[in-house]
Design a protein around this ligand. Sequence first.
Ligand code: HEM
Length: 520
Amino acid sequence: MFNLLDSAKGSHATTFLVASLVFLVLKQFFTSRKMAKRAPGPTRWPFLGNALQLPQQQMWLTFSEWQKTYGDIIHVDVFNQPIIIINSSKIAKDLLDKRSSIYSDRPHLVMAGDLVGYSDPFVLQPYGEKWKKQRKFVASDFSPATMPRYYQLQETEVRKLVRNVILDPDSLFSQTKLRIGTIIIRVTYGYYIKGEQDPFLTLPLTAMENFSKASAPGTWLVDFVPQMKNMPSWMPGAGFLKTAKKWRKIVWDASWDPYNWCKNGLETGETLMPNLCGSAIQSAADGKLSKEDEEQLVWAASAIMGGGLDTNMSAALSFFLAMVLHPAVQRKAQAEIDAVIGCERLPSIADRDALPYVRSIITEVLRWKPPVPLSIPHSLTQDDVYEGIFLPKGALIMPNVWHMMHDPTSYPDPSAFRPERYAGADGDAAQRRVHELVFGFGRRACPGVHFAEGTLFALVATVLATVDVLPALDAQGREIRPDPKYSSGTITFPEAFPVRFSVRSEQAETLLAQVPAGPM
Ligand code: HEM
């Protein structure tokens, strides 16, 4: 009896062991890449893949349409380069945030990176030692604790912007460029921009314009057929090589000229406002950086300057557009500012906590028109499987942030501009959810987020406190309602629209007049 029981127990144990092993092997098999299937997507052509189906204009809208047919993860191929489009915020976070150790590389862009040189600044740097060093250079200057150092500069420059556009509403776009450029260049190099034609402003602006074109996915054949970069420049079809050469010089000059100005200023003892490059040089041993460190600092600073220009300008201009279209939102925000700040002073960034409706306007601008609608693509460094879907090593990962921000299940009536979405007890969390997506993912998330939020708050609060933003009038005195049209490219802007400003009170005019004209 005893022996029988023992052997019965033994056979149970063996069965259990075998069953467990079979289960583990099957589990491994079903979750392995062999069983995982590729994500759905439009039908591919041999060799070309989906090249002909990728739209040239505002890709995010097409990808959003495709979501209805193919779902939240879409796989397309362009000349054998796999591209994974993600239309869901949950999946984007599951992959890019939670699995960031393998999703933090950047795609190797032959045109933008190898040929023009945009892979030197850390925005496009591969995930590696140079990228880490550059992020380290900027980490403390752009941490939340450092932000108050910049408040006065941010507030002063946006006040000048408002004062100038009241006098000349047609200068809205150029003034926005000038003031946002002045802010970011001052904190990066200590240099104060002398005017719209200052090369320290025009060069990086041109470099950013070119960046948007050079990095727009699917635009350059050489990105998919890298051998083309070696073709002789006289050959038909090699025009892109001439373009790349011209653009490369602009990137170089835009990055090294202001750096050298800053370095020389330190050497000659010229007083400079605390700035990223100056502090990094001064904190190096003996005040001298190694050649390698200097190079990485130049590119880190260039990334910060570039990152802080067009993105902020896009959001600022979308804000003005939203205000022209939504007078009721303006009135509600003005009532909040009048009640909290009064008319004796202008709002400051330190007032942020006390102005929740003003904050929710900023969030709604970023949701309504995200400045970087497809974020900046990441690249996957090893094969991966997500819920039975195979994601290949080297795939370009494109989070369609525009779609996430216009998903009607999260944002009913998504094309409506409605800051009230963030009212109520969940308001702050709802705002955070927008910012977390609009400013990017995982280890590559935007290092300038706090700085950008400060500049935008200073702008939005100052504008609403001092002026009514109104539609321009036509020759018959009728209001011209602008049609919100946006550019394509990595960073998207509203097309120029007519606008009018009316000062809200004499006190507002007096307060703006007191802002000093020169550098601070
Ligand atoms: C409204 C303003 C801004 C928006 C919407 C924005 C958005 C973004 C996005 C979507 C990315 C890509 C994140 C990813 O790959 O997952 C990014 C990266 C970056 N941003 Fe911003 N940004 C803004 C302002 C700024 C400012 C003010 C700075 C500089 C002070 C800045 C510097 C950078 C840099 C250097 C990167 C590259 C990060 C990396 O690759 O490691 N951005 N930003």
